[in-house]
Design a protein around this ligand. Structure first.
Ligand SMILES: [Mn+2]
Length: 320
């Protein structure tokens, strides 16, 4: 039986469904979880979304307030089906891994090429921009029409995983987006809420990081840092530094941008971003980190001077 038919059968047969997604959930993780939640509610299924620490950026999404948050997980015996979204392997589920494994029936909907097919039924199309794009196909096979609530969640996932339709968006992505838009959602407002709105203190943090940018290796490397003191003084934490590394990357002469964020004294989380040709994932993996070719990260137990020197040397091996 085709996997979409098996998924449809499992969902229709189950009474109580638990929805899980990955640790440090992004817009696609939260968007797909809430899209599925709103869709299953529409067909009168009992379902719960469990995300221990959901990113508050997405608190405007329909259903966000009903997410089960915190370290106390629900009990496996209360569910006959668990659906994992946007997760390539069991470890990505974090503290909910055991819970997933304890539920009798499991489904995974994802778009990562590295997906391990860890559920009973896996719908994984790695050509899709996002899990939300794949979820749209699943919802169509379930004959669930997309309403405004579902559309806002799906649009959020596609918008964020494509970086505002810059990466991985295919003609199929845009066709799905067209269907989503037909519900009449306010895309300008969604875009502004997700990408533009920041607090005053985050604006000040951005300012501090920009102010410290140093250009190295004939202006092809941008280096900056954020200290623990910055986070403390502004009442912010590391999650508020999201996206700041891009200010260095956007400077006209720069190929690689480095942002060092102090985690504890002498320990820094490093974000690396490249523009055109440097493979930063190679550099990050050398220091037990990882990521993608143009976006990667690692941790370094060094002083800022040592970090600058070490990473500059590594990057220079690849500079043309
Ligand atoms: Mn995703």
């Amino acid at each position: 039986m085709p996997v979409l038919d098996s998924i449809k059968e499992k969902i229709n047969d189950s009474k109580s469904i638990l929805i899980l997604t990955h640790d440090n959930p992004d817009g696609d993780a939260i968007g797909s979880s809430l899209a599925l939640y709103n869709a299953l509610k529409k067909i009168d299924k009992k379902c719960v979304v469990c995300i221990p620490v959901p990113d508050k950026t997405y608190k405007f999404l329909p259903g966000f307030d009903e997410i089960l948050m915190g370290d106390i997980l629900p009990e496996a015996k209360d569910y006959d089906l668990c659906i994992a979204l946007d997760s390539s392997d069991l470890n990505r589920l974090g503290i909910a891994r055991e819970l997933f494994e304890s539920i009798e029936n499991t489904i995974c909907i994802d778009h990562h090429i590295t997906n391990q097919n860890f559920a009973d039924f896996n719908y994984v199309n790695a050509v899709a921009s996002s899990t939300c794009e794949n979820l749209m196909i699943v919802l169509a096979s379930l004959d669930i029409a997309v309403n405004k609530e579902i559309a806002e969640c799906l649009y959020t996932g596609i918008l964020t995983d494509t970086g505002g339709f810059r990466y991985n968006a295919t003609p199929e992505t845009m066709e799905i987006v067209a269907t989503i838009m037909e519900t009449g959602i306010n895309i300008a407002k969604l875009y502004r809420t997700i990408f533009d709105i920041v607090s005053l203190n985050k604006t000040k943090l951005i300012g501090r990081a920009i102010d410290r940018i140093e250009l190295l290796s004939e202006n092809r490397i941008a280096f900056t840092f954020i200290s623990l003191k910055d986070f403390e003084e502004l009442g912010l934490d590391e999650s508020d530094s999201e996206g700041i590394v891009n200010y260095g990357r956007n400077i006209d002469s720069v190929e690689v941008s480095i942002l060092a964020k102090e985690r504890e004294e002498g320990l820094y989380k490093i974000s690396l971003r490249a523009n055109d040709y440097v493979d930063v994932s190679v550099i990050a993996s050398k220091y037990a980190g990882g990521g993608h070719v143009r976006a990667a990260g690692c941790e370094l137990n060094m002083t800022l001077e040592q970090i600058k020197q070490t990473l500059t040397e590594e990057i220079e091996k690849q500079l043309k």
